[in-house]
Write a protein that binds this ligand. Sequence first.
Ligand code: PLP
Length: 386
Amino acid sequence: MNIFDLDHAYVAHTYGRFPVEIVSGKGCRVTDSEGSTYIDMGTGIAVNTFGMCDEAWQAAVIDQLGKFQHTSNLYYTAPCAKLAEQLCRRTGMKKVFFSNSGAEANECAIKAARRYATERHGMEKPYIITLVNSFHGRTITTLAATGQDSFHKDFLPLTDGFVYAPANDLEAVRMLTEQYDCAAVMFEPVQGEGGVMALEPDFVHGLTELAKELDLLLIADEVQTGNGRCGALYAYMRYGILPDIVTTAKGLGGGLPIGATMLGEKVQDIYTPGLHGSTFGGNPVCCAGALNILSRLTDDLMAEVRAKSDYIFSELTNAPGVKSVSGMGLMIGIETEKDAGEVLAACRANGVLVIKAKAKVRLLPPLNIPWDELKTAVSVIKEACR
Ligand code: PLP
């Protein structure tokens, strides 16, 4: 059996895969089993921060693999402690809980918020406000947090305790706080799976004020927006706010699974031994790779990400066949006149891999994509939209 047939026969049918078998990659290029190479403008959905087989990241991972691969959280390890230190130093957060995915990072944030509301405000049933069109993960609780009915309908009953407000509607958030005992507001600074829509700065600032007034926790879900993707280390920084909890995953690991829930001052001591845990969380190999990634997310690189973003926006805005361009940094959505699937197929046929977000074409290139490769990819995408 070829790999397509083998996959269809034995892998659960949860994904609609493109007809491409990736066999190798280097930098922003990937090669398929037919020997065709593509410029990868999707990076495994914002995971391969520095592209495929990045040498410095690989060296950090291999070095740790040569020492030991796993210990359990019953022991101390340097990569885990050092990564937590770096994350705290660079964000103003105080403590980090490590897990393996974005959904788990959000679960940890939700548990922290509930415990805070119970301990601090005596709430018996604290609610968390999330936004319509949000995406927070695939576990039963993070599906409940996800503000899209289409994700809910096949898996009822979901975890109770979530209410939803339209994005950018501060009045709706305020009304929910009057109707329910609310512990927190959880939001993606740029809604990714919901269509690559950045929240309006006034809304985010209004949320911050409301949170201060009511002692609501602000939880920024930076699973996709974080780790330099939006042109700042974390996208909340571009809004000039400081959330109480920041969750991340994807690009932090550079290609290995890691989730991180960063706890700010108010909730830094919310967890005590036994309240939460993860077998693989803080895995030394994943943390060693993440330390390398984080050390390279410099101000200079962020300026480069913003410059590349400006280039993509200026090339695609008002281009033939393009209705609108949205997003932030190197997380970009393109609303096209043609069906997005058609644009994806045309890009693929011309050596560029792009992905979708709802009905949009989504770009998530490696942060260090060389300018010449970026220009080639953008011209192929422009042509495909036409
Ligand atoms: N939160 C956001 C904003 C995401 O974009 C995603 C994944 O796309 C998740 C959470 C879930 O992450 P994971 O698939 O690693 O569980």
